[in-house]
Structure formats: C-alpha cells, structure tokens
Design a protein. Structure first.
Length: 278
C-alpha cells in the first residue's frame, strides 16, 4: 500500500530502526525493491533520482501502480530535488514525499528555498526531507568526509524555520564508492539525535560497511539511502546470466538483475533492523 514517508519514518523513529530507501528508476528496480520488502515484511521507500530516469510522470504511474498492490507500506520519494519546480513535478506525478536539496547554498538561502517547498507540500499531505551540512562524494572522500558536517545547534534552527518532516545529516558518509576508509562521527550523530525532534536520514549507505551502518541506526538514523551497492549486485548477476549459453537472453538476465538487487537489499534491510516492521 502507498503511504507517506512521514508515517514510515515516525514509526521507525519510535521503533528504533531505519527504513531502507533504494534508488529506483524503472519497473525492474521497483519490482526488486518491493520483492525484498515483501520477503522480509519491511516498510520501504522508493527513492527516485532524476539522473537515473528523466520521465518523472511515467515513473510515477509505474511506481504508484506497483506500490498500491504491494503487501507492505511503500512511500515514493523524490531524491535530491534541486528546485521548487522539480518538487512540484514529483507531487503532480503522485509522489508521497519530496527531498528538496539546497544544501550547497548558504544557510539563509537553503532555509528560504526549503520553506517554499514545505509550504505547498504540507497543504497537499506530502512529506518533505531536506539536507543541512552537505553529504559529498566518496570519490573525493578526503575532503567531503570531514567538510560541511551538520552542526547540531544549526540543525535545531533549520528544522524550526523550515517545518520539514525529515532531516538528512552529514556525519561522515558520502555518495558512491569510497576512496579511503569511511568513518562516521557518532558523537555528532548522538548530539543531533538528542537535539533534533524529527527523523534523521543518512545518505551514502553503499560501501559504508555493515557495522557502521548498524551502529548509525542504533544512534538514531531512521532512513538509509542506498544506490551503488544494489546496482553493482544486480549488474553482477545480470552479467553472469548473459554469459551463460542457455540463459543468455534478456528475459532471464532481467530476472537475474532483480534477484541480485533484491538479495543485496534484503541484506541491508536486516542491518537496518526494519524486517518484520511492516
Ligand atoms: Zn544522497
């Protein structure tokens, strides 16, 4: 069933677990994500990123159709919406949540642009996620892993001034594969958890490591975004299948992709302790 992301995250907040948010872009990645969630009876957030597929209306139709018939609660979220317009498009396409990411702007401008989105989204019953501090790229980890981490006192102000429902925090993770060893500033995360009243989101889950991710959830993270690891797992099983003389046709390879993606996501759902929480 289709629900808002706020419902899922508020329950995770109380229950002490995190909902997995895989990046999805088409029917196959959605099916793989829903299969994993149903297999483990877990809530799930379908995280759509415009970089991976441009046709947001088409995506919305497919995602809504598949989510409505799912046996577990599903939220459809816009990942890293960079403008008011793209957030409005996502709302028109039927998403139940949007992330407005203006985290590279100075504080005041970030607040102003996020507020514009929360004002309209709240009236329409759509959840809003925003980012303070900035989660960078794993390929530039020496700088991005320590620069622009979220300040707990500023985070309190940001949540009050914007009226958002979930806050993405920069505590040491980064997007994509890491060049170097990932580390998380757990003291900062604990401080954020103590001072901020809404659910916290961790971006850049891939290749951070099971132990660090599990500890981050225990310290108060309620949503973990995943992309690279699921893509790599799906691509590996896809390629293996294509090499097989008897199985090397698109139909079987697509099923193999779904299987590899799904298995990896199941692994993470357990790490995030959201299995049997649907
Ligand atoms: Zn992200």
């Amino acid at each position: 069933m289709l629900v808002t992301m706020k419902e899922l995250l508020d329950e995770a907040h109380i229950g002490g677990y995190a909902v997995a948010a895989p990046n999805v872009w088409d029917e196959f990645s959605i099916v793989a994500s829903l299969k994993a969630a149903e297999e483990l009876n877990a809530p799930i957030i379908l995280d759509y990123n415009k970089i991976m597929s441009d046709d947001i209306m088409r995506f919305g139709k497919i995602a809504i159709m598949l989510s409505e018939s799912a046996k577990v609660p599903v939220a459809i979220n816009l990942d890293h919406g960079r403008s008011y317009d793209i957030c409005l498009q996502a709302i028109r396409a039927g998403f139940t949540s949007v992330m407005i990411d203006r985290s590279t702007l100075p504080y005041k401008e970030n607040v102003k642009e996020v507020k514009e989105v929360t004002e309209i989204a709240k009236r329409l019953g759509v959840t809003v996620e925003a980012e303070l501090g900035h989660v960078g790229q794993g390929s530039n980890y020496a700088q991005d892993g320590v620069n622009a981490l979220t300040d707990p006192m500023e985070a309190v102000r940001f949540v009050e001034e914007t009226g958002i429902d979930a806050l993405a925090v920069a505590v040491g993770t980064a997007h994509g594969a890491y060049k170097g060893t990932p580390h998380i500033d757990f003291e900062r995360l604990k401080e954020l958890r103590k001072s901020v009243s809404i659910p916290l989101v961790l971006h850049g889950g891939s290749s951070t490591g099971d132990e660090l991710l599990n500890k981050a959830v225990e310290c108060g993270i309620c949503k973990v975004n995943l992309s690279t690891d699921l893509l790599v797992a799906g691509t590996e099983t896809f390629n293996e299948c294509m090499k097989d003389e008897k199985m090397g046709v698109m139909f079987f390879a697509q099923q193999a992709f779904i299987q590899g993606f799904k298995d990896k996501l199941c692994h993470y759902i357990k790490i995030f302790m959201s299995d049997n929480k649907a």
